[in-house]
Design a binder for this molecule. Structure first.
Ligand code: SF4
Ligand code: ZN
Length: 316
């Protein structure tokens, strides 16, 4: 059987990039992947003026691939920038220990400084505890609130001026799909490659993987020998997010390039119009924690006070 050859060097192909109808060998794939991240960073000015970049790492393939690529790109192209990885141990039994182990191994192997924030010892609860609160019925939603808040706070505390996250094209298209279906323009306008902020307590968020698919991140993680988790988060099972991703995967199979098209038309055509018409929300300080908030009390403080109330009720 004839082996497929790499489009760029003619060597033996190892990876298939379906949307670009291209086969690449391992070395060319690594170059292609890192160049794509570099181009995304440059296209959106993600690191313009940056000094301290925090990378949010979960231990999953996307964020570990991002950290690995950034640890090569930053010293080469942005030598004045310092890179720090931040990880939250969510306390999910049989899962979070493995995530933390991967984070430590990869960071130590790359020589990247890291911060681990243990939810139980630092905040006094684990993600599953949130299930007892009304907001915890959709556990991934509650977990998302916790991660967004804490990642921003940790990045702020270490003096980072950017927070890079491993959101990939599949994550973004899934979000767009949900928000377009709901007609939720206030949420749609926030789906951007960069969320600039001039509020010192709200760190500018960047998504360098926004044009790379989940599959490309897996390929890169494999090509770089990044240890992969052997199972997904046990709490994700049956989530709407996973069902939507499955559906989008089916559409992509029928219409190759669908995900890229959807994302690009959002960013190029819809987003600029939405930005003109949807007013920026006014940001105030949370009366409990002092961090930026859209209302008197931030969603994180609301969540933890509900948890505290629930625990008090259970103990009476
Ligand atoms: Fe949190 Fe849901 Fe992700 Fe698990 S799958 S880490 S519960 S957001
Ligand atoms: Zn708060």
């Amino acid at each position: 059987m004839k082996m497929a050859s790499c489009r760029l060097c003619g060597g033996q192909a190892a990876y298939s990039i379906e949307h670009a109808k291209m086969m690449l060998c391992q070395d060319c794939f690594i170059k292609y992947y890192e160049k794509k991240i570099y181009n995304t960073i440059m296209k959106h000015g993600m690191l313009r003026g940056a000094r301290n970049v925090a990378v949010a790492v979960s231990g999953g393939k996307d964020s570990m691939a991002l950290l690995t690529a950034m640890s090569k790109l930053v010293p080469e192209k942005f030598p004045n920038i310092k890179l720090v990885a931040i990880h939250i141990n969510l306390g999910i039994e049989g899962y979070s220990e493995k995530c933390q182990e991967i984070v430590k191994r990869v960071c130590e192997g790359l020589g990247v400084e890291y911060v681990i924030h243990d939810l139980l010892s630092r905040e006094g609860y684990r993600i599953l505890d949130l299930k007892s609160t009304p907001l915890g019925r959709r556990i991934c939603g509650a977990c998302g609130t916790v991660k967004r808040y804490l990642m921003n706070r940790l990045a702020y505390e270490i003096g980072a001026d950017r927070l890079a996250t491993g959101h990939n094209l599949d994550d973004i298209v899934e979000l767009l799909f949900e928000f377009y279906l709901k007609g939720s323009v206030e949420d749609l306008v926030r789906v951007r490659p960069v969320s600039w902020s001039d509020n010192p307590k709200l760190v500018t968020k960047i998504k360098p993987l926004i044009e790379l698919t989940e599959r490309e991140n897996t390929y890169y993680a494999m090509a770089q020998g990044i240890p992969l988790l052997d199972a997904a988060c046990p709490l994700a099972e049956g989530s709407r997010m996973l069902r939507r991703k499955k559906l989008i995967g089916l559409i992509e199979r029928e219409i190759p390039g669908f995900k890229h098209m959807f994302y690009k038309s959002h960013v190029k055509r819809i987003l600029p119009r939405l930005e003109k018409t949807v007013p920026e929300p006014s940001i105030m300080e949370c009366e409990k924690c002092g961090m930026p908030s859209l209302s008197n009390t931030c969603s994180y403080c609301k969540l933890v006070s509900r948890l505290a109330a629930q625990s008090a009720e259970n103990s009476t």
